[in-house]
Design a protein around this ligand. Sequence first.
Ligand code: HEM
Length: 388
Amino acid sequence: MSNNLCGGAQMPFRPGRVDAIEAGKTTGVPAPETDLEETLLFFERAGFDKVDAIGLTACGHTMGSVHHGGFPEAVDESFVTPNNTNGGSNFDATRGVFDPNVLGEYLNGTGTKGGPLVNSYNDTMNSDKRLYESDKNSTMRTLFAQGAGFLATCADLMGRAINTVPIGVQLSEPITVMPVKPVNVTYDFSEDGKLILSGKIRFLTPAGSSSPRSLTLRVSDDESELEPEAETGSSVSGRSGDAYGTTTYFPFSLSGPAIQNATSFSVQAPEVPEQTFRIDSQAFVVPSLTVLSGTALNATIALCTRFRSCEDLTVHIAAPLTQHGTLAPKINGMDVVVSKAIEEKRVCTLCRGQVILKDVPSGLVTVEALLHGKVVDTLLVNGGQAGW
Ligand code: HEM
């Protein structure tokens, strides 16, 4: 998250990690006073050789500061000022930006000259200096020669660190961005009980290109031209250079014979190949009857085949909750027990249930309906709320 928000290179995200809920048996990171030999041993234990160790440390130390508050032996009291009460001494002149500056400043003696762990008044604490000099600055020079390519080296090194997981944890392939993505495209019932198909198509335009003025949506033999919403979003996924890509939303609501038994719909935009997505009019989470109010989530799933009962259905929810000390939410997963409602809609049985979440969610809640273990529909509740 920090890498992305501060302008680092894209880092592929591989899902499947498990949260660590306590510290590991071995101490994880070296301290500034740790000698070179032991420092390299820490890195080696994590699968990083000397060149990697220098690179990874330079990558980390393009951001942030060493604070007198925590490390008085490295940063003296003179750094404590009314505007810097913790006495932070920055690693490079651009503390909040993921850039190669730390390399040039260290090699050329400009800016902060490599920062507090190179120039500390107490040489014992100069761990960056010891590490960078351990091969006569050869790795630092190679990294500097990469220019902005240093960011990709960092994404690779940090990716290796992040993707080192305990035995038994299997990471999946990286999640890649979908340039065309249906958001909550699902069936619903209108107020007068008619079946409607509605939702939005989210379209990602890379930085530098303009978003399409319309999209073509095809359901069965019917074609509709979709108009964009005025409000757009910005996405790091479409980033090039310093600029973010634009996300444009194309909302729609259809009714009538074409949507009745559709099993798919397709979307076409200029210069993007037509893409087809699956839908299911026989089993779906009903958006207008699935509501989050405070911590109470009421979910309704419609089953429109005669051979299905609410007992065939499993409903999972996943709600992001704020956790102390990190920007990353804790995902609270739960099952909703559903039972047949007295009310029916058209030919559909309605299965209803409620769960009380541990806290008010900090973002979108996912409601997933499964028939005999197979996902048939997913709805994001509170879809208007961006991010998490
Ligand atoms: C030889 C190995 C390393 C040593 C001895 C070391 C030591 C330190 C120390 C003492 C601080 C100051 C903390 C504070 O005052 O708040 C710091 C900050 C930091 N380190 Fe390292 N570090 C090492 C390697 C790394 C690596 C491999 C990364 C990540 C890839 C990293 C990322 C950071 C970041 C982002 C900060 C800034 C924190 C802030 O501003 O609050 N460090 N490091």
